[in-house]
Write a protein of this length. Sequence first.
Length: 701
Amino acid sequence: MTVIVPVADAGAPTTEVRGACPHDCPDTCALVTTVRDGVALKVQGNPAHAQTGGVLCTKVSRYVQRVYHPERLLHPLRRVGPKGLGRFERVGWDEALADIAARLQTIAARSGPQAIVPYSYAGTMGLVQGESIAARFFNRLGASQLDRTICSMAGTEGLVHTLGAKVGMRVEHYAESKLILVWGSNSIASNLHFWRYAQMAKRDGAKLVCIDPRRTETAEKCHEHIALRPGTDAALALALMHELIANDALDADYIERHTLGWEALRERALQWPPERAARVCGVPVEQIRSLARDYGSMAPAAIRLNYGMQRVRGGGNAVRAVACLPALIGAWRHRAGGVLLSSSGQYPVNRAALQRPDLLAGAPPRILNMVTIGDDLLRQTSPEFGPKIEALLVYNSNPVAVAPQSARVAQGFARDDLFTVVLEQFQTDTADHADYVLPATTQLEHWDIHLSYGHSDVLLNRPAIAPLGEARPNTAIFRELARRMGFEPQAFEDSDEALCRMAFRQASGDAVDFAQLLDQGFATLPGSDAPFAQGGFPTPSGRCEFYSARLAAQGMDGLPDHLSNYETAGASPLAESYPLAFISPPARNFLNSTFVNVRSLRDIEVEPVLEIHPEDAAARGIVSGDVVRVFNARGVYHCKALVSQRARPGVVNGLGVWWRKLGLGGTNVNELTSQRLTDLGRGPVFYDCLVEVQAQRTEGA
């Protein structure tokens, strides 16, 4: 790839600037950027940060290629061709912002401000360039609010209703575990620094078990792989409970002192003997029994969950079931025992100060779920829905590529009467549909502050270089829009550095030492090594809640249970037409749809592929390299077949998330996924999907 890098004075001294990786990954690495004469030369992991240890993933180690990418957007653009074709002309900032502000004011006056919708997610995980000034802007405007659930909310709700918050083990203590269940996580690709601790434990004699429908790179490196069917994790967890009861492998004292609802959970678990779970999960009975024996006897035992397993109808219940397991065996007594899905609930973030919900005027605005944006963009005004969406402001996201049922999403974005503004670094699928594209800065060009969902440190990101071209931080763009909309300046005058200082400021003082952040780039939150050794869960009862009265009060089952997928392979009318389960795990060298346009990383991935088991391929006359037609009632996706043991029989793996315009036929994996929601948390069901596959050369051409 040709990278356009400004020429630095070779004789000028270099400086090192501390920062943080902005991407949606549990590791939240500390960065060191080497700069000469205002030019970033390289990005490395900060060796002084214990969690990063000087090591970055392949993606972020090439971050300079992203910053100086030849296709980087550096000037405001206005659409001059049909939506979706990506035809734009360069305009000045003043002209663009004046027109955007005027059109938003017209829509708000005509149809009400709730006809205007923000759409954003984790293009950056930063608290400042994410939802600070942007949130203030939309609160002051009175725009519709976005229910940001597209990644983790089913799992979040599962944890909240069991452990009380997004809390768990400290990641470094996995190095001392004797048994580690890597559940629903390809850690080598998406949690590299946890994997380092798991390898330490392995070298010290620990057993590693991977529970995942796909034989991932991580599964290959574990002692055992349990290749269950998608959406059956709760059934497996309940069967483990059954065996712990049957083999008297429980910590009765811990259960008595520190849990709630044990008798009811015991009754439910006894309904799930291994034989039943084996039929549901599609794994051998003895594999379940063996795992239960290990989990009940190899202390300390630890579970590392990740979010793939909760992207099905019963995802919230599945997380609840797994989160109950450590309390049954008293694993929380040990600092190297327990479970971790997310650590982000321990951070005392002052979101009210950053986002200013007090700016909302009148009744709270409607809330639209980002998962259903395809359908919502095509809805008309109604008493139930409210006003038709007339304007969309997109930042930190690429919904045309990443939102489910993307044919509907693209159809909605293509509406001629929809005014769309996209803040972006590149001409993504979503940017192609914009009326205005505004150039946004990268992580090397702005201030930000970060928490983590995989460790316990706060990280500060300083700008290492000046913004390229006319790029501006998200905060600067929304400040200027607020000024042009006539909003009171005092609500928008905080600088980015001031917002970083504000993020962890409490009434009692700063929860994080900002001077330490400025000095070394990171600060570790205080906390107990074994947070629940004596109970003290952040639930209403202070106990691990096997039974949730809060869920029961909402008319839901207070106990975790296995809920079958909406779309279940087997004997059903839908499965007769679409017999294969379809999951879409991320390609190793992409992060959602980020990095897809970095040539050196795309060259590693080569092209969009569908992994299919040899048995399923043979039954369809498919060989590796065939162009295949993957389809269901929602759409058709074309890609290359890869006949591989990474896929289990009956399940195909479409690696994503490629930009649609870089795929065969202008589609990607989300052509096939649905807009249905999970049991808890209103999240997406990306891995709850049935398809059929045909070789393009034989049928459907």
